[in-house]
Design a protein around this ligand. Sequence first.
Ligand SMILES: Cc1cc2nc3c(=O)[nH]c(=O)nc-3n(C[C@H](O)[C@H](O)[C@H](O)COP(=O)(O)OP(=O)(O)OC[C@H]3O[C@@H](n4cnc5c(N)ncnc54)[C@H](O)[C@@H]3O)c2cc1C
Length: 534
Amino acid sequence: MSKRNDPEQPEMQHPSTKRAKQIDEDLPYDNLRELLSSQNVPKDVGTVLHWFRSKDLRIQDNRALHAASEKAKSANEQLICLYINCDDAFLFHGVSPARLDFIHDNLRIMQEELKKLDIPLVFVDAEKRSTIAKTVIDFVKEHGITHVYANYEYEQDEMARDVQFLEAASKDSDFYVELLHDQTVVEPGTILSGAGKPMKVFTAYHKVWLEEVKRDPGLLDTVPVPSKNVSKKGLEKLFGSNLPTAPKEKQFASNEEKKSIRKMWPAGHEAALGRMRGFLDQIDNYAATRSNPAADSTSRMSAYFSAGVISMRETLSEVKRFNNNSADFTPSGSSAGVTSWVREIVFRELYRQTTLYTPHTSMNLPQNLKFDFVNWESDEEGYKRWEEGTLGVPFIDAGMRQIKHEAYMHNRLRMNVSSYLYCNLLVDYRRGERYFAETLIDWDLSNNTQGWEPSYTVFNPVSQAEKNDPQGDYIRRWVPELRGVVGKEVFDPYNRLSEGEFGKLGYPEPYVDWKETKLRAVERFKRDMKDAVP
Ligand SMILES: Cc1cc2nc3c(=O)[nH]c(=O)nc-3n(C[C@H](O)[C@H](O)[C@H](O)COP(=O)(O)OP(=O)(O)OC[C@H]3O[C@@H](n4cnc5c(N)ncnc54)[C@H](O)[C@@H]3O)c2cc1C
């Protein structure tokens, strides 16, 4: 069986590169918009539904939730909220126990917040990914709902689900669907190149994005929480809905692990806002220290952004307030720290545009389709050591141990461990991408797939460590075998200590030679991609 169809390796399943190009040409997003615009507008407004997805888990500044609430209020009708729990979808996407638990805890908080507004948040199970749309339709019919609101999700699988939902809705003109853009400040697909196509190149996109936000600070405006329901009458039974529980494959190994992760990443909008405000006190150090993993000076907001616990508009409104109430985040309008942090947010915005307009990137295929022609090595021992953090390369091992303990890894390490896996070990990058999904609390398909996009750049983990972890503190923190190693020996103990000294550490020798494997990777990429015609 070809790797492409092996159910044991879901991360390898993908269409052919030719089919991928067709999908890019015939955008599911265009199809969805067409379906949305061809709906009949119902004459009457009855009960209104907001359908929460796993990326808009907040009641504050939630575009679709707010629109749903306004619609219900304008007609003096009730609002119901729904979340579909689908274990099959979580298993298919490889979502981590940490992320799933975080999602559940945020749902718990939202259910309490909504209850105070007399709005029920109902949890319904869908057995399969393919039955999610039908499950929602059944719910809509059962509760006499006339209007359904939700926020767009940009990934191929979620697009397909929404197309399926709209197709079924169009056969049944009793209800109307509205989807809103909520994940970004600038709507994906609106920053265009000279040729009128959505921009793909970061530098140009960044420049236009900064200009747009400076010109129109209203892009950061937020919307209020939903209004209190007109009444609870007839909704009583919907208030006691039980929170979903994680399937056994997605539960933490122990209660201690759960507690420690929950402590690091407390759920809820209040926690997210508190963390953001705390970060602003130190944002001025960001430009200088963001690449130093020992400083741990980045915001650690990613888990909150990927689950939508706080909106990007509210976040940047906080930054704007800090920036003397100016939405000029260019180097001339803000401090180096602010400019540099907002630049990362712009990466996030561009990556959503790329997912939407290059849908094959969310189908286990690289953006540069030529990389799908590379013959990877099936080095099981190397892969196992990569996951365990026992490759004998301190910087790489430290990163892999951090992700295991924190369900998080510093960006500099994400860059290094990914390069090491697919360049030095020549293991298919999709295995690493999947491992990140299965481990990270902040897994986000757009950021992850585009972070894992293969390239010819082979990072040198010794010089990377010397530059970014100059005291070796990050290595010593995560690799206890090396805690007693003083000085620069810690970056490359096998080559810099005597045989006797190294032998006492109980730390493995490097599994592969960096220089040799770098050459092997570059030659392999050149050889396999030379005549590739995707
Ligand atoms: C191989 C690889 C895999 C990655 N996987 C993910 C992932 O699954 N989820 C995820 O959110 N990020 C991912 N990133 C991007 C980045 O590493 C994390 O967003 C960042 O480390 C999160 O820490 P922070 O919130 O403290 O970031 P900060 O430095 O404080 O940045 C603020 C926010 O900007 C965004 N951001 C920062 N760096 C990037 C980037 N390089 N690309 C896109 N957005 C960025 C994130 O939303 C982040 O929360 C990946 C990067 C690489 C190289």
